[in-house]
Each structure stands twice: as structure tokens, then as C-alpha cells.
Design a protein around this ligand. Structure first.
Ligand SMILES: C=CC1=C(C)c2cc3[nH]c(cc4nc(cc5[nH]c(cc1n2)c(C)c5CCC(=O)O)C(CCC(=O)O)=C4C)c(C)c3C=C
Ligand SMILES: [Fe+2]
Length: 440
């Protein structure tokens, strides 16, 4: 047996020590669970491998846990938002196109396994040579797929940086993959910004998300170095109408007016790249990921009156309704008069972020609450790890961020400490590797 069952007891057919036994194919983590559940027998799950995975999926036993890996678009964008995230940016340390392609192929194979809830590698966490480090680190043994989605994107420095073009990709940089400008108030830390590549792992179980990033980083060892990473512990958006709106760390419902997966036409207008030709055709079906680590001054906020808090967002705290009235999903009325001005203050967050103030643009927000302990002065280092997917950051992010940085009443309570922009290539079909369109 290649792993531990749910109780952690070693199964009877444990592979011999000393690496004598022939390695067995990696099982699905869930197949171990199912095997253990079915009478507590530690059946030779190693022999099941992917065939077993398919059977489980077709039996419906676990298919609801699995986000499909193949498709027109990468998972983790318009797929229903999970509760946990681990995201990491990498700098590629090898040079040469073939090495980069090899890395992407290795990551693709691993991601396909991970999203199915299987161990990484042919032999997984416990099926390989006893005298060698296991292919999979093992902390997700027994855990279901947990709706893991893994999304990969390319930073501008992958195409060209101060070292020049390293991978023969010059001329393929999409015009939208800009260096984000400096915004007023930015306090960006170099060590929390940029990156040649990004990998976003989202799941309903934090251990599953962390396991994914850890194993992908491990596969990249010697080829790509983690530049920064962030764990998010709770979603701050909904990406489906079936989801309840969660709350951010200021206690407000966040994600109410977000683009939803069901809004296909709006996604095509505001999120998915399409119709590109020539050197940018590779991005069709892709999108751009904007990442901002935004620290929130929690202690100051907590000393602010409820009235002030609601005025800052332009929404009520309990219901999330616009101050102009109605319920959570009512459209705000920016013309409705209040005391000494519009009832939705012109410097409120919603007034500045609403499409009517931004030439009609919308974004797909997919951010997470984070806490990284405290800062040594007794203040929480906590906030929102803002992630948005947009068709073009020049039109769908930069102007809005500029307007907010200058006029948003919320800005007083925020500090942007990290930043990244990544071109997210389209999804792939069976047999392809992530980012393949860039290299063909
Ligand atoms: C540049 C884009 C945005 C940044 C940065 C941003 C930061 C940020 N937002 C909140 C909390 C809320 N945001 C809300 C709405 C909202 N925010 C943006 C964009 C950015 N937010 C948009 C496009 C919208 C939707 C506006 C609309 O169409 O009405 C809300 C209201 C509820 C909702 O619709 O989600 C809250 C609350 C925080 C705390 C924050 C930085 C830490
Ligand atoms: Fe916002």
C-alpha cells in the first residue's frame, strides 16, 4: 500500500523496507479513503491508480469534489470560488526555451494529478523507492480533491527583463502585460512583488492548497525559485450566484456586485481575451491576473463608528445594501440626495468602483482575506489579497486603481504592499501543457 488510511494505521500490504519491492503506481488520495471506508480494508489501492479515479468519478462518489482540469479556460477563474488559497510567484532560474517548456510540462502533469486528488508523480507519497525521497510530500494523503484548482500565469519578466530575452519569447509579449504604474500611496515591497510565473492554488481545504504549491515548488527546484507566496484563509468574493457573499476583515460583505460565472456575455466582454491575431493569438481564451497584497489597518478601523464605516463603503454593514436603499443586490442610486450631498458619497468605495464611474468596465474579483501574524508593534498584519481577472489591465484595472488611490475614503485604512500582473494563458486539452500556445 502506498499511503496511510484515514486512521493513519499502516495498511497490511505496506511495501517492504529497503526498496526491494517494485514501486507501485500512485493512487488517488480519495481511493485510499474509499478503500478504508469500505470495511476498513486497506486494499491494494496502489494498484488502482487512475483507473480507480475514473471509476470513482463515474460512480459519482467523489466527482463533486473535482474541478475539471481541461477546458477552454484555466480553472480557478470563473469556476466557483473556494475558501482557501495559496499563491506563489516564481522566478525561473534556468535559461533556454527547452528547459522552460520542460518545467511547464512537469507542472502540467503534476497539476492534473493534484486536481484529481491524486498524489504527484508516478509513485506518489509512499509507492516509490524506500531509499529515495518520495515524489509526493504526503500531507494530503487521505484528503479529497477539495475542489482544488491550479491556475498558471506568466509575468512580463518571463518575456524580457534586465537579463534580456532568456527564452526566445521577445515579440510575444502581449501589449496588455504592462509594468503596472506606481499608484499614489503604494508601499510595495520588492520581495512581495513581480515574478516570472505565478501559480494560484485554491481549494476548500487549506492543506490541499498548500500541498499543491509545495509540491509544484519542489518539482521546480533548481529551475524556478519562489519569489513570494501568500496564503489566504477566506474568500472575499463570490464567483457564482449559488454562493453566499462572504465578508472581508472590515466586516463588510464583499463580492456582491462581482462578475459571476453565470454571466457568460459579461465574462466575454470583461475577462476572456478573444479575437487576438498574430503574436498575441496565444492569449485567446486567457485573461490577466492582477494581484495586490493590501494590508488593512484593522485596529484603526475598529475604532471607527458604524456610520463612518458604512459611509466609506457606501453600503450597510449587516445587509450589504447600498445606502440609497433596497437589499444587497439592489442597484445603487448615485443621484439620490442625502445630507449635504448624494446619499452614496462620491468618495465612497462603491461610488468609485462602480462601472458607471469607470466607463462600464467590470472585473472578476477573486481575492482572499489573509493574516500573517502581527507586526511586532502589536498590530495585526492582515488584509485582503486582492486578485482580479480582467481582459486588459490598461482599461480594466489601472484607471480604477488610480481613481481609488486618489479619492477613495477607504484608502486611509489601506496599504498596498505587494503587486503582480500576469498573463494567464487559455485552458488546454488532454495531451497539451499549460502555456503551450505561447510556444507554438
Ligand atoms: C481596483 C480595484 C479594487 C480594489 C483594489 C479594491 C479593494 C478593496 N475592496 C474592498 C471592499 C469592497 N469592495 C467592494 C466593491 C468593489 N470593489 C471593486 C474594486 C476594487 N476593490 C469593485 C469593482 C467593486 C464593485 C463595485 C460595484 O460594481 O458596485 C465592496 C462592496 C460589495 C461588492 O460589490 O463587492 C466592498 C465591501 C476592500 C476591503 C478592499 C481593499 C482592502
Ligand atoms: Fe473593492
Amino acid at each position: 500500500m502506498l499511503g496511510r488510511n484515514k486512521t493513519g494505521a499502516k495498511a497490511p500490504d505496506q511495501t517492504t523496507q529497503g526498496g526491494e519491492a517494485a514501486p507501485k503506481a500512485a493512487p488517488s488520495r480519495r481511493s485510499l479513503l474509499v478503500a478504508a471506508g469500505a470495511g476498513g480494508l486497506g486494499i491494494a489501492a496502489g494498484a488502482l491508480g487512475h483507473a480507480a479515479l475514473g471509476a470513482e468519478a463515474s460512480s459519482g462518489a467523489q466527482v463533486e469534489d473535482i474541478v475539471p482540469f481541461h477546458g477552454q479556460h484555466q480553472a480557478g477563474i470563473a469556476t466557483p470560488m473556494q475558501d482557501r488559497m495559496h499563491i506563489a510567484a516564481f522566478d525561473v532560474t534556468v535559461e533556454g526555451r527547452d528547459e522552460l517548456v520542460a518545467l511547464l510540462k512537469d507542472w502540467t502533469a503534476a497539476i492534473e494529478h493534484l486536481m484529481k486528488g491524486a498524489d504527484v508523480g508516478e509513485f506518489g507519497a509512499t509507492g516509490g523507492n524506500y531509499d529515495a525521497p518520495p515524489e509526493d510530500t504526503g500531507e494530503a494523503i487521505g484528503l479529497p480533491a477539495s475542489h482544488l484548482s491550479v491556475t498558471v500565469g506568466f509575468g512580463r519578466t518571463l518575456f524580457e527583463d534586465s537579463r534580456g530575452p532568456r527564452f526566445g519569447l521577445q515579440g510575444r509579449i502581449p501589449a496588455a502585460l504592462i509594468d503596472l504604474p506606481h499608484f499614489p500611496g503604494d508601499a510595495l515591497e520588492e520581495a512581495r512583488s513581480g515574478g516570472d510565473l505565478v501559480i494560484q492554488a485554491c481549494a476548500d481545504d487549506p492543506q490541499v492548497a498548500v500541498h499543491a504549491i509545495r509540491n509544484l515548488a519542489r518539482i521546480g527546484f533548481g529551475r524556478a525559485r519562489v519569489r513570494w507566496s501568500q496564503i489566504g484563509f477566506g474568500r472575499t468574493s463570490s464567483t457564482s450566484t449559488s454562493q453566499m457573499t462572504p465578508r472581508n476583515l472590515f466586516g463588510f460583505k464583499d463580492g456582491t456586485a462581482n462578475l459571476k460565472a453565470e454571466e457568460q456575455k459579461a465574462l466575454d466582454t470583461h475577462v476572456w481575451v478573444g479575437g487576438n491575431t498574430g503574436n498575441e493569438a496565444w492569449m485567446n481564451g486567457g485573461t490577466y491576473l492582477v494581484a495586490r497584497r493590501i494590508r488593512m489597518h484593522i485596529e484603526t478601523w475598529d475604532r471607527t463608528s458604524l456610520g463612518e464605516q458604512e459611509t466609506i463603503f457606501g453600503r450597510t454593514k449587516r445587509e450589504g445594501a447600498p445606502l440609497s436603499g433596497g437589499t444587497e443586490f439592489s442597484e445603487p442610486d448615485f443621484a439620490m440626495p442625502g445630507r449635504g450631498g448624494p446619499i452614496m458619497p462620491v468618495d465612497s468605495h462603491v461610488a468609485l468602483a462602480h462601472p458607471s464611474a469607470n466607463g462600464g468596465v467590470q472585473m472578476l474579483r477573486r481575492g482572499f482575506n489573509y493574516t500573517d501574524g502581527s507586526d511586532g508593534l502589536g498590530r495585526l498584519d492582515a488584509g485582503l489579497f486582492f486578485i482580479a481577472f480582467v481582459i486588459d489591465p490598461r482599461t480594466h484595472y489601472v484607471p480604477m486603481q488610480n481613481a481609488m488611490a486618489k479619492n477613495d475614503a477607504l484608502v486611509e485604512y489601506l496599504k498596498h504592499t505587494g503587486s503582480g500582473l500576469f498573463a494567464v494563458p487559455p485552458g488546454i486539452a488532454q495531451g497539451q501543457f499549460l502555456g503551450q500556445s505561447l510556444f507554438s
